[in-house]
Design a protein around this ligand. Structure first.
Ligand SMILES: *[C@@H]1O[C@H](CO)[C@@H](O)[C@H](O)[C@H]1NC(C)=O
Ligand SMILES: *[C@@H]1O[C@H](CO)[C@@H](O)[C@H](O)[C@H]1NC(C)=O
Ligand SMILES: *[C@@H]1O[C@H](CO)[C@@H](O)[C@H](O)[C@H]1NC(C)=O
Ligand SMILES: *[C@@H]1O[C@H](CO)[C@@H](O)[C@H](O)[C@H]1NC(C)=O
Ligand SMILES: *[C@@H]1O[C@H](CO)[C@@H](O)[C@H](O)[C@H]1NC(C)=O
Ligand SMILES: *[C@@H]1O[C@H](CO)[C@@H](O)[C@H](O)[C@H]1NC(C)=O
Ligand SMILES: *[C@@H]1O[C@H](CO)[C@@H](O)[C@H](O)[C@H]1NC(C)=O
Ligand SMILES: *[C@@H]1O[C@H](CO)[C@@H](O)[C@H](O)[C@H]1NC(C)=O
Ligand SMILES: *[C@@H]1O[C@H](CO)[C@@H](O)[C@H](O)[C@H]1NC(C)=O
Length: 849
C-alpha cells in the first residue's frame, strides 16, 4: 500500500517537474499577429504571463482605449508604446517577418503606432518568459531587444532600472540620477520629488541599478558598493506567501510599491514615494486646487470665477469663465486662505521674493511685465513670496497650511461655495484696500471661531458625543496648535490596527499611522500610566504647548477608558543611534562631522528650551541617542520629553529605584544617590551623548583599546595627553573635520559629565560654548577629586541597591546597535531592566575609581 502510494506521488512529481522545466517561455513564431477584436488572441507563457490587448485599467468604461500589454497575474506590467499608445478594436499587434514588433491601428495599415525598431537586427526567435520579459533574439542567441530594457510604468522583480531608463505615465516620469537619487518629474521639467539615500554621504556611482526584490525592498546596487543599499521597504516586507511585489509610477504622479497575491487579481499599496498626494505637481490639473475630504485627495476650482474643464474628471483642471486677455485693466486678485501654489525646481530658484503679504499680492496684480497670474505668500515667518508667471499652476488647500495665495481673475471675485470661509467678497468694484479689510475681518472672525471652538471643546470634552466629532475639528485644532483629541477608534484606523511597529520603548510601543489629513504620524501607546484622566490631560496640554524647532511636536492624544495614547509628528530618519553606532556594512549611513555638530547643537538648543525657556520647566530624565530623532534634513529633534513626569508623577522625594526610567550609561550619579533630580541631571546625560556624537562609540563600552576602562573615562585620559584624534570617530574622513569644533565639543562634554551637579554648566551655557560665543576653560576630571563628594558618600551608602548578586550579574555588554527600527520614536530600556542596569553603572564606577 505504502510503496504504491509513494510511487504514484513520485511519478506525479516527475511529470510536474518535467512540464515546468521543459518550457520556461512561450516561443512566438515570426509573422504571428494578435487582434484587438478577438479577446482570445494572446501569447501566453507557461505560468500564464500573457501578451494581449487589454482595456485601459484606469478608465475601463471607454472601450475605445485598448493597449497591447504584458500582464502578470492580471496586472499590466508593460504596455507597447506606453500610456499614450492607446488604440481601438481594429488594431493589431504583429511580429513581422523582419523581426520587428509593431502595434498597428488596423490590419491593413503600414504606419505603426509603435514599433520595437528591430527590423534590421536579424531577429530569429521571440520568447515571452514567465517573469514577464519579452525577448527578441538573433541567430547566435543574444537578446537584441527585451521589454525589461524598455520599461513603461512598472518594474517587477529581476528587472533592472538604470540611468538609461525612464518610467512614464501621462505627463509624469520617474528617473534615477547619477548620485542615486530618485526623481519624479512633471512634463519633464518640474521636479516635485528628489529624494536620495538615507545618508548624507556624497555618493558618485558608476552604474547605479535600481531594482525591486520579490520580498518588497527597493535596492540600489553599483560596482562601487560592496553591498546593495536599501532605499525603501514595502509595508508587507518579507511577509510570507506567493506575492508579486512591483514598483509602479501611477498616473496620479506617485511612485508606489504594490503587492498582489498570486491569483487574487487585487493589488494593495504598500509604499508611496510622496506621502502627501496633494504635493504632486499638477495632480489637479492647471489651476486646480487639491485638498482632502475625509480620506482622499479631491480636486476643485479656486472659485466660481472658474469651471472644471471636464465635469466627470475633476483632475483635468479648471479654466477661467472670462479669460484675462478679455478684461484688460479690470483684473483683481482672488484671495485663497490656507492655500499654496506648489513651487518646485527649476521654478523655485528664480521666483522667490522677500516681501510682505500685501506686496506679494499687489506686485502680482500690477507687476511690470503683467505676466504674473498668481502669487503665494508663505506667512510662515520667512517672508517668502512666489510670483507665478508660468502658464500652469498647481494649488493645494489645507487648514494646516499657513500660506495665503492670490490668483489674478477678471473681477468681480466670486465666492467659493465648496471652500466656505476661505475669503472672497461679494458685489462689484472692490478696491484693493477695501477688500484687504475684508480679508482682515474674515481672518479675525476665523480666529474667533477657533477660540470659541476651543472653549466649546473645553466645556464639552467629557461628553461622550464628542468623540465622533473630533475628526472634523482635528484639522482646525492641528492648525491652531492645540492638541487634537483622537478617539481610540480613529487611531486604530490610522495605524491600520496597530500594525506597523516602529519601536518599543519604556513608555510603550510606537506605531506608524496615517491621519485623516494624510500626514504620517507616530502613535505611542503608553503603558503604566498611574494618573487619572484629568492629570493626564493637563500633562498633554503642557507637552503640546512646548514648541521648538528641536523638539518633536505632539499633535494629539487619546484618553479613553484605559487607553492612553500620544500622537507625534513622524520623523523620517529615525533616531540618532542608528547613525552613530553603525556596523561596517552600513557605513553609508555614517553622518559627516558637519551634520554631527549641527545635531549636537540642535539637541542642546532643544533641551535648553525645555529647561530655561518654556513656561513650565521640564526635566527630560532620559536624554540618549535613541531619544534624539532626525527629520528628513537631519535636524535633531528631542523626543519623549515630559513623559517621565506623566508616568511617574510623584515628587522626586518619593522616588524609588524601581521608578528610575533613565538608561544605563546616561544616568547622572544623583539618580543612584537619591539626591534631587534637577535639570543638571539632563546636562550629564547630554554630555554623554555629545561624547558619543564625537566618538561614534557608546560611552560605556569597555575594550582592549580603552585599556579595559569605560570609554568616557579613557577618553578623558587621552584628552589630558592632548590626543584628540584618539577620541574622534576614526571613520570620519579627516579632511572634512573642523578640529576646532571637535576640541570644543570634547571639552564641553567633559564639563557636562562632571560628577558634581553644581560643576556642570546650564544647558544655555552649553549652547554658547558650542557656538564658540564664550571661552571654554579646561575641564577638570569628570570624577570629583574632593573627598566626601556627593557621589562619593551617598552613592555607596545607599543600602537599597547594594545587593551583591546584582553586581555579579551586571557585566557591561558592549552594546552593538540592536535597534532594528527604521524610523520613528525610539526605544528605551524597560523599567525592570533599568533596575539592574543602574546597578551595573554603579559597578563600573567602583571599578574605575
Ligand atoms: C479605429 O481607429 C481608426 C483610426 O485610427 C479608424 O479608422 C477606425 O474606424 C476605428 N475603428 C473603430 C472600430 O472605431
Ligand atoms: C537599422 O536601420 C535603420 C534605418 O532603417 C538604421 O538607422 C540603423 O542604423 C539600422 N541598425 C542596424 C543595427 O543596422
Ligand atoms: C511557475 O509555476 C511554478 C509552479 O506553479 C512555480 O514553481 C514557478 O515558481 C513559477 N514561475 C514563475 C516565474 O512564476
Ligand atoms: C547577435 O547579436 C550580438 C549582439 O548584438 C552580435 O554580437 C552577434 O553578432 C549577432 N549575431 C548574429 C548572427 O547576427
Ligand atoms: C509641457 O512642456 C511643453 C514643452 O516644454 C509645453 O509646450 C507644454 O505646454 C507643457 N505642458 C503643459 C500641460 O503645460
Ligand atoms: C538627493 O536627495 C537628497 C534628499 O534625500 C537631497 O537633499 C539632495 O539635494 C538630492 N541631490 C540632488 C543632486 O538633487
Ligand atoms: C558632493 O559632490 C559634489 C561634486 O562631486 C560637490 O560639489 C559637493 O560639494 C559635495 N557635497 C558634499 C556635501 O560633500
Ligand atoms: C537606510 O538604508 C539602510 C541600509 O543601507 C537600511 O537598513 C535602512 O532601513 C534604510 N532606512 C530607511 C529609512 O530607508
Ligand atoms: C472623498 O472623495 C472620494 C473621491 O472623490 C470619494 O470617493 C469619497 O466618497 C469622498 N468621501 C467623502 C466622505 O466625501
Amino acid at each position: 500500500m505504502l510503496p504504491l502510494k509513494s510511487n504514484a506521488f513520485t511519478l506525479l512529481l516527475i511529470s510536474l517537474l518535467a512540464t515546468s522545466a521543459a518550457v520556461l517561455a512561450a516561443n512566438i513564431p515570426l509573422g504571428s499577429t494578435l487582434y484587438a477584436s478577438d479577446p482570445n488572441s494572446k501569447w501566453t507563457s507557461p505560468n500564464g504571463t500573457t501578451l494581449s490587448f487589454i482595456t485601459d485599467p484606469v478608465d475601463p468604461t471607454s472601450g475605445a482605449s485598448l493597449f497591447a500589454a504584458i500582464t502578470f497575474n492580471n496586472i499590466p506590467i508593460w504596455k507597447a508604446g506606453g500610456s499614450s499608445a492607446s488604440v481601438n478594436s481594429s488594431a493589431v499587434f504583429r511580429l513581422v517577418a523582419s523581426g520587428d514588433l509593431q502595434l498597428l491601428p488596423s490590419s491593413t495599415s503600414t504606419t505603426p503606432v509603435w514599433s520595437s525598431g528591430t527590423g534590421n537586427l536579424s531577429v530569429t526567435a521571440v520568447a515571452l518568459e514567465d517573469s514577464g520579459n519579452l525577448i527578441l533574439k538573433n541567430a547566435s542567441g543574444s537578446a537584441v531587444w527585451t521589454s525589461f530594457d524598455h520599461p513603461t510604468d512598472v518594474i517587477v522583480p529581476t528587472q533592472s532600472f538604470t540611468l538609461r531608463h525612464t518610467l512614464s505615465s501621462g505627463l509624469y516620469s520617474f528617473k534615477l540620477q547619477e548620485n542615486g537619487n530618485l526623481t519624479l518629474l512633471w512634463n519633464d521639467t518640474v521636479e516635485y520629488y528628489n529624494s536620495g539615500l538615507n545618508s548624507t554621504r556624497n555618493f558618485s556611482f558608476t552604474n547605479p541599478i535600481l531594482d525591486i526584490r520579490s520580498t518588497g525592498i527597493l535596492t540600489l546596487s553599483d560596482p562601487t558598493l560592496p553591498n546593495p543599499l536599501d532605499l525603501a521597504y514595502s509595508s508587507d516586507y518579507a511577509e510570507e506567501g506567493n506575492i508579486l511585489r512591483f514598483l509602479k509610477l501611477d498616473n496620479d504622479g506617485n511612485l508606489r510599491i504594490y503587492s498582489s497575491a498570486i491569483g487574487s487579481r487585487t493589488q494593495i499599496e504598500r509604499w508611496a514615494a510622496v506621502d502627501d498626494q496633494c504635493q504632486v505637481y499638477g495632480f489637479c490639473g492647471n489651476m486646480g486646487i487639491c485638498s482632502y475630504n475625509d480620506s482622499n485627495p479631491v480636486c476643485r476650482c479656486p472659485s466660481d470665477n472658474f469651471v472644471l474643464i471636464d465635469k466627470r474628471e475633476s483632475r483635468k483642471g479648471c479654466k477661467r469663465k472670462v479669460e484675462l486677455r478679455d478684461c484688460p485693466g479690470s483684473e483683481t486678485m482672488l484671495p485663497l486662505e490656507h492655500s499654496i501654489f506648489l513651487t518646485y525646481p527649476p521654478e523655485l530658484s528664480s521666483q522667490i521674493y522677500y516681501i510682505a503679504i500685501s506686496a506679494c499680492m499687489s506686485n502680482c496684480l500690477v507687476g511690470a511685465t503683467g505676466s504674473c497670474i498668481a502669487s503665494t505668500s508663505l506667512s510662515d515667518g520667512s517672508g517668502q513670496c512666489y510670483l507665478k508667471s508660468s502658464n500652469f499652476i498647481s494649488g493645494y488647500h489645507s487648514p494646516a497650511i499657513p500660506s495665503t495665495s492670490y490668483m489674478k481673475v477678471c473681477g468681480p471675485v466670486m465666492p467659493t461655495p465648496s471652500m466656505a470661509g476661505t475669503g472672497g467678497g461679494k458685489g462689484k468694484g472692490w478696491r484693493l484696500t477695501a477688500w484687504l479689510v475684508v480679508v482682515v475681518v474674515v481672518v479675525t472672525l476665523l480666529g474667533l471661531v477657533v477660540v470659541e471652538g476651543g472653549l466649546w471643546w473645553w466645556c464639552f470634552r467629557n461628553s461622550p458625543k464628542f468623540g465622533g466629532l473630533s475628526a472634523q475639528y482635528a484639522l482646525l485644532e492641528y492648525a491652531s496648535g492645540a492638541p487634537v483629541q483622537f478617539s481610540y477608534k480613529e487611531l486604530q484606523k490610522a495605524t491600520n490596527g496597530f500594525k506597523e511597529k516602529l519601536g518599543a520603548g519604556g513608555f510603550g510601543a510606537v506605531y506608524r499611522g496615517v491621519l485623516a489629513n494624510r500626514t504620517t504620524a507616530a502613535v505611542k501607546q503608553l503603558e503604566g500610566i498611574e494618573q487619572g484622566e484629568k492629570q493626564f490631560r493637563m500633562e498633554v496640554v503642557t507637552i503640546s504647548s512646548t514648541h521648538h524647532l528641536n523638539l518633536v511636536r505632539l499633535i494629539g492624544f487619546c484618553s479613553e477608558g484605559r487607553h492612553r495614547l500620544l500622537v507625534y509628528e513622524f520623523m523620517k530618519n529615525g533616531s540618532l543611534d542608528n547613525f552613530l553606532f553603525v556596523s561596517e556594512e552600513q557605513s553609508g549611513k555614517l553622518l559627516s562631522w558637519e551634520y554631527r555638530y549641527s545635531i549636537a547643537l540642535g539637541t542642546a538648543k532643544g533641551i535648553t528650551y525645555l529647561h530655561e525657556e518654556c513656561r513650565d520647566c521640564i526635566v527630560h530624565c532620559d536624554i540618549k541617542p535613541e531619544n534624539i530623532l532626525l527629520d528628513e534634513n537631519y535636524n535633531a529633534k528631542v523626543s519623549d520629553f515630559g513623559l517621565a513626569k506623566l508616568v511617574n508623577p510623584k515628587d522626586h522625594r518619593y522616588r524609588t529605584l524601581k521608578s528610575v526610567r533613565g538608561t544605563r550609561g546616561y544616568l547622572a550619579p544623583e539618580w543612584l544617590a537619591n539626591l534631587p533630580i534637577t535639570s543638571k541631571s539632563d546636562v550629564y546625560s547630554y554630555g554623554m551623548v555629545l561624547l558619543e556624537i564625537v566618538s561614534g562609540r557608546r560611552n560605556f563600552t569597555v575594550s582592549e583599546e580603552t585599556d579595559h576602562m569605560k570609554f568616557s573615562v579613557w577618553a578623558y585620559e587621552e584628552f589630558e595627553k592632548g590626543n584628540f584624534y584618539a577620541i574622534l570617530d576614526k571613520r570620519l574622513p579627516r579632511n572634512e573635520i573642523d578640529m576646532e569644533q571637535v576640541i570644543r565639543a570634547i571639552q564641553v562634554s567633559f564639563w557636562c559629565i562632571q560628577e558634581q551637579p553644581s560643576q556642570r554648566p546650564m544647558m544655555g551655557k552649553v549652547v554658547q560654548m558650542l557656538e564658540g560665543i564664550i571661552e571654554i576653560d579646561r575641564p577638570p576630571p569628570p570624577k570629583a577629586a574632593t573627598e566626601g563628594s556627593v557621589g562619593g558618600t551617598s552613592l555607596y551608602a545607599s543600602s537599597s541597591i547594594s545587593a551583591p548578586s546584582t553586581f555579579a550579574a551586571s557585566v557591561p555588554a558592549p552594546s552593538s546597535s540592536s535597534s532594528l527600527q527604521t524610523a520613528g520614536i525610539s526605544s528605551s530600556a524597560s523599567g525592570k531592566q533599568v533596575y539592574r542596569e543602574s546597578s551595573s553603572l554603579l559597578h563600573i564606577d567602583m571599578d574605575t575609581k
